[in-house]
Design a protein around this ligand. Structure first.
Ligand code: UD1
Ligand code: CA
Length: 456
């Protein structure tokens, strides 16, 4: 019968080596704070209580990590990991098993933690350890002649012989709450760093006849912490590789899995292809048969089936209808909804506009605060002049309209169904349906005119 699970996340450390004003645990990995990753994994284990010990960054950490389920415990002074756990221990339930996590170790697998938790009860303490070729800096796992774990020795307290031990403490452990309370009371700071070491509970447990069961994660990246920008960058790559792997498992073709960045949640249909240097942010939905060209950035978008986004396009907070073609070099801004089979071409910017089926805006245009009907052809260089310097105004274009190149539509203005606008027009009044409307000065030729010549 599994007992209740409590989780405590230690997140009070300063992170001096990050050289940043941002509290360490708020640094983003895949656009989510490090601490958020830890909490998301913890929550997947359905803990009865979830405690976060915070200190450095104070309220800023609390404010930037949402969750009504979080019990915040402040550690005003960072006196060691044992002291940190002691700040939250009164929030825990006696019969529970406590899982100790670090707020700066973001990529521990849920199944690794579940295995660890299953090791722990009142008679057994579960310890997550790894073997490192360079164990410098870590606490070493001390074992007796029978191979049983007897203690953890911090680097600064090790003997020369102990420093040769390659098995190290990851810091992640699972322990009975009631037993832990007793051991925490016994901790002192009589060591090289003058800190209250959580790791000292291991020797105390052994003295009380409790068995230590150590286990390893699947891979070392699961237990790596972030202390520097370089370590953050390494884990970002690991995270991105994992995201790429998930996408490929779902059937996505990645032209190069090492050159894609996922900074949010992605949902995909079948036969999606992503070219190199695509960045996906926020909530991204990609329908079946979608191809996204090289260098595109998509944030909070819904892309319909069979859509082709050509290279170097940026799409944000928009919906693109089935079988549309966007780009290259298109910019689709928030509030834009394109219906099916629309074509938006190079150097076209569309903002807060609706565009109907099969309409084409292929070259060098700006369409803002507009509604464009179905089967409209917007000629090259067309601009909706939506801003009068103070307010934004709407442009309303009917179905089957043909707008000649280099037209300015000075909003507010309406263009009726099937209207044709001659190239180069500045449209300041509503355009009736069906007719040809243009505003253009007459073309003249001056016969016999001579170019000026330079005076001698
Ligand atoms: C600790 C372990 C060490 C292990 C290493 C793994 C102890 C005494 N040592 O080392 O055996 O190999 O982690 O990385 O536990 N923290 C607080 N409050 C504090 C001190 C730390 O919240 O007063 C938090 C930090 O923010 C960090 C985590 O605890 O997330 C570990 O602290 P850190 O200083 O990185 O680890 P060490 O004590 O060096
Ligand atoms: Ca330390």
């Amino acid at each position: 019968m599994p007992t209740a699970l409590n989780v405590i996340v230690l997140a009070a450390g300063q992170g001096t080596r990050m050289k940043s004003d941002l509290p360490k645990v708020l640094h983003p990995l895949g656009a989510r704070p490090l601490l958020q990753h830890v909490l998301d994994t913890a929550r997947a284990l359905r803990p009865e209580r979830l405690v976060v010990v915070y200190g450095h960054g104070g309220q800023r950490v609390v404010d930037n990590v949402p969750g009504d389920d979080i019990i915040w415990a402040e550690q005003a002074e960072q006196l060691g990991t044992g002291h940190a756990v002691a700040q939250g221990v009164h929030e825990l339930s006696d019969e529970a098993v406590l899982l100790v996590l670090y707020g700066d170790v973001p990529l521990t697998g849920q199944d690794t933690l579940a295995r660890l938790v299953n090791l722990a009860d009142t008679q057994t303490l579960g310890l997550l350890t790894v073997n490192l070729t360079d164990p410098t800096g870590y606490g070493r796992i001390i074992r007796d002649a029978d191979g049983e774990v007897t203690a953890i020795r911090e680097q600064k307290d090790t003997s020369e012989a102990e420093r040769q031990i390659g098995e190290v403490n990851t810091g992640i452990l699972a322990v009975s709450v009631s037993r832990l309370r007793a051991w925490l009371d016994k901790l002192d700071n009589d060591n090289a760093q003058g800190e209250y070491y959580l790791t000292d509970i291991v020797a105390l447990a052994v003295a009380d006849g409790v068995k230590i069961k150590a286990m390893h994660p699947h891979d070392v990246d699961e237990v790596l912490g972030v202390n520097s920008k370089s370590q953050l960058a390494h884990l970002e790559r690991v995270y991105q590789e994992r995201c790429a792997e998930v996408l490929m498992t779902q059937g996505v073709t990645l032209m190069d899995p090492a050159r894609i960045d996922i900074r949010g949640e992605v949902e995909v249909g079948r036969d999606v292809t992503l070219d190199v240097n695509v960045v996906l942010l926020g909530k991204v939905l990609l329908g079946s048969g979608v191809t996204i060209g090289a260098g595109c950035v998509l944030r909070d978008v819904e892309i319909g089936d069979g859509v082709e986004v050509l290279p170097m396009s940026v799409i944000e907070e928009a919906r693109i209808g089935d079988h549309s073609r966007i780009g290259p070099y298109s910019r689709i801004r928030p509030g834009t909804v394109l219906a099916a089979e629309t074509h938006v071409g190079n150097f076209v910017e569309i903002k807060n506009s609706q565009v109907g089926n099969k309409s084409k805006i292929n070259h060098l245009s700006y369409v803002g605060d507009s509604s464009v009907g179905a089967r409209v052809n917007v000629g090259a260089g067309t601009i909706t002049c939506n801003y009068d310097g103070a307010n934004k105004h709407r442009t309303d274009i009917g179905d089957d309209v043909f707008i000649g190149s280099d037209t300015q539509l000075v909003a507010p203005v309406k263009v009726g169904d099937s209207a044709t606008i001659g190239a180069g027009s500045t449209i300041t009044r509503d355009v009736p349906p069906q007719e040809l409307t243009l505003s253009r000065s007459k073309q003249v030729t001056l016969p016999g005119w001579k170019r000026p010549v330079k005076k001698k």
